[in-house]
Design a protein around this ligand. Structure first.
Ligand SMILES: Cc1cc2nc3c(=O)[nH]c(=O)nc-3n(C[C@H](O)[C@H](O)[C@H](O)COP(=O)(O)O)c2cc1C
Length: 186
C-alpha cells in the first residue's frame, strides 16, 4: 500500500497550515485509488536548526533524537503532499529546515504541493519545486493554490471555495501514481 504524508508547512503560533492540511486529509478520503494518507505535522518534531554536516554524509546516523524520529517517519512514506504557506515569496524557514535536516529519506519519492498565501503561494511553490528536485523528489504538475483573501475569512478562518476540491484530488491522484512508479527505484 502506498503511503502519502500530508506535511504541514509552518510552525508559528496562530498558523493556519493545520487547517489546510486537515482539509487536504478530508479530501483524501474521497480518493478512489489505493493509498493511505496521514497528516504529518513538522511542529510535533521540534527539529533543531540544521547544525550538522550535509545529511547525505550522515547515513541516517543523527545525534539528535527528534531528527531521528523525523527520519523514521519520512522513511515510512512513499510520497508527500506539502501544504505550504508563502513567507517573503518562498517557503517558511521551518519547512526549509525540515527538508534540509534529512537526506536519503527523501530520495526517489513523489510530491504534490498545495500552497496558500495572498498571491496563491505561487512563488513559494516554485521555490519548493526546486528544493524538492535537489532532494530527488519528483513533483507532479497539478498543484492546489489557495488565497488568504478569498479562501479565508479575515485572512485567518479557513473557508475554501469548493472549486479547489477537484484540483486537490488531481494533486493526490498524480502524487499516488508517481509514488507507485518511483517505489520501484527504491
Ligand atoms: C514572515 C511572513 C512573510 C509573509 N510573506 C508573504 C508573502 O511573501 N506572500 C504571501 O502571499 N503571503 C505572505 N505572508 C502571509 C502568509 O501567507 C499568511 O500569514 C499565512 O497565514 C501564513 O501561513 P501560516 O499561518 O501557516 O504560518 C507572510 C507571512 C509571514 C508570517
Amino acid at each position: 500500500m502506498i503511503k502519502i504524508g500530508i506535511i504541514t508547512g509552518s510552525t508559528r503560533e496562530g498558523r493556519v497550515t493545520l487547517d489546510v492540511a486537515n482539509w487536504v486529509l478530508e479530501i483524501s478520503e474521497q480518493y478512489q485509488g489505493e493509498a493511505e494518507f496521514e497528516l504529518v505535522d513538522i511542529a510535533e518534531y521540534d527539529l533543531p536548526l540544521i547544525n550538522t554536516v550535509p545529511p547525505l554524509m550522515l547515513n541516517r546516523n543523527y545525534e539528535d533524537a527528534n531528527t531521528t524520529q523525523w527520519s523514521q517517519k519520512i522513511d515510512e512514506l512513499d510520497g508527500f503532499i506539502f501544504v505550504t504557506p508563502e513567507y517573503n515569496k518562498t517557503i517558511s524557514p521551518a519547512l526549509a529546515n525540515a527538508l534540509d535536516v534529512l537526506g536519503p529519506e527523501w530520495n526517489n519519492k513523489a510530491a504534490g504541493i498545495v500552497g496558500y498565501g495572498s498571491t496563491f503561494a505561487v512563488s513559494a511553490a516554485q521555490v519548493l519545486r526546486l528544493k524538492l528536485a535537489n532532494l530527488q523528489i519528483a513533483t507532479v504538475a497539478s498543484s492546489g493554490a489557495l488565497s488568504i483573501m478569498t479562501d479565508f475569512v479575515d485572512m485567518t478562518e479557513f473557508k475554501p471555495a469548493d472549486y479547489n476540491v477537484p484540483t486537490v484530488l488531481n494533486v493526490i491522484d498524480q502524487t499516488v501514481n508517481w509514488a507507485k512508479a518511483l517505489k520501484t527505484l527504491r
